[in-house]
Design a protein. Sequence first.
Length: 348
Amino acid sequence: MSASSSVLVTGGAGSHTVIELLNDNQQVVIIDNLVNASYEAIRRIELISGKKVTFYKVDILDEKALLQVFANHPEISSVIHFAGLKAVGESTRIPLDYYYNNITGTITLLQVMKKVGVKDIVFSSSATVYGDPPVIPIPETSPLGSTNPYGRTKQFVESVIRDLCTANKDWNAALLRYFNPAGAHSSGMLGENPLGVPNNLMPYLSQVAIRKRECLSVYGKDYPTKDGTAIRDYIHVTDLAKGHLAALKKLADKPGCVEYNLGTGHGSTVLEMIQAFTKAVGRDLSYQIGDRRAGDVTNLTADPSKANKELNWTAEIELEETCASLWNWQCKNPNGLEDCPGDAPPES
Ligand code: WQD
C-alpha cells in the first residue's frame, strides 16, 4: 500500500483491526450497516487511535452505495472484509438471512471490487469451517466440514474467493480462520458488545461477573478432555487484529489465494477459562454444569505454524492478560457501547 492508498474495512465499526491499521499509519475507510455495532464504536476507535476515520453507514448488499464509496475514495487499494452475520445458534434459526447477507453480500462486494479494479482482499473466515476435525492441533490442510449455516457461509465464501483468484491471476486473497476471539482493547474503551443474551462463553461469563447474568451454564462435562469440558483456542482480539495487518502486507507479495489459522496453538477447557477469569475478577463466579450444546465439538485448537512462518506473526498475549483486559472492559462499560441520543451516523 502506497502512502496515498486506503484500506476499505467492511463491518469495521468496533474493529480492533482498524485500530492496528491506524497505528500503522494506514488510511482507513469503514463501511458498516450498524446492525451489530454502534456508531459509538467508531468514536471509540478515534479516541483510542487519536485519528479520524472515514465512515459510511452502508450495507454490502447495496451495490449502488458500495460503488459510491469507491467513487468517493479512488485511493482504496484493498479490502478487509468483516461484514456479515456471525452467530452460530442464530444461523440455525434464520439460515436464509445468513446465506443472503454473508454470501450474496460478499458476492456483491466482490463484483463491485472487480468493476473498480480493487483486487486484494483479506476475508474474515472462521475455525468453524473445520467442523469436527480429525487432528488436533488443526492444520490449514484439515478437511473442511462446517456443521451449521454460519460455518457453511464462511466455507462457501472461501470457495468463491478461491475460485475468483484461480480465474483471475491478478487477484490476491488471505482467508483468515479465527479461533476464539477473546479479551478487549488494553484501554478498556473497546470490547465485545453483544446485543441481548451473549451466545459466547467469555462475554456471558463477564456479564455473570457484573451480576447482569445469574449463572453460567457449562455446556457439557462429559467430553473426552482433562476435566470433561470442551477445549477452544482463545486468542486476544489485538493479536487477531495484528494478524490481519500481517495478512494485508502479505498480499503485496502477490500470493494468490492463501489461508491461515489465527490462533495461539494452545487449547483451554471451559473450566480452565472460568478459573482464569475468576482470577482476574478476584471472586468466585456462579456456574452450573448443563447439557452439551447441539453442534459443539470437543476441541478446536489451531496449528498456527503456517501463519507464524509466512506472515511473521505470532499471538503473544497470554490468557491472564486476555482475561484481565476483558474484566477491565466489562467494568468500565457495564452496558456495552450505547449511542448517545441524537447520534445520527453520517449517511454515505
Ligand atoms: C466456547 C466454549 C461452548 C457458552 C463460536 C463460533 C466461531 C467463532 C467463536 C466467529 C464451547 C462453551 C459457551 C456458554 C459454555 N465465531 N460455552 N457456556 O462455539 O467455540 O465458537 O464463536 O468467528 O465461529 O462457532 O464459541 O464462546 O460459544 O463456546 O459452556 O454459555 O464454551 O460449549 O465449548 P465457539 P463459544
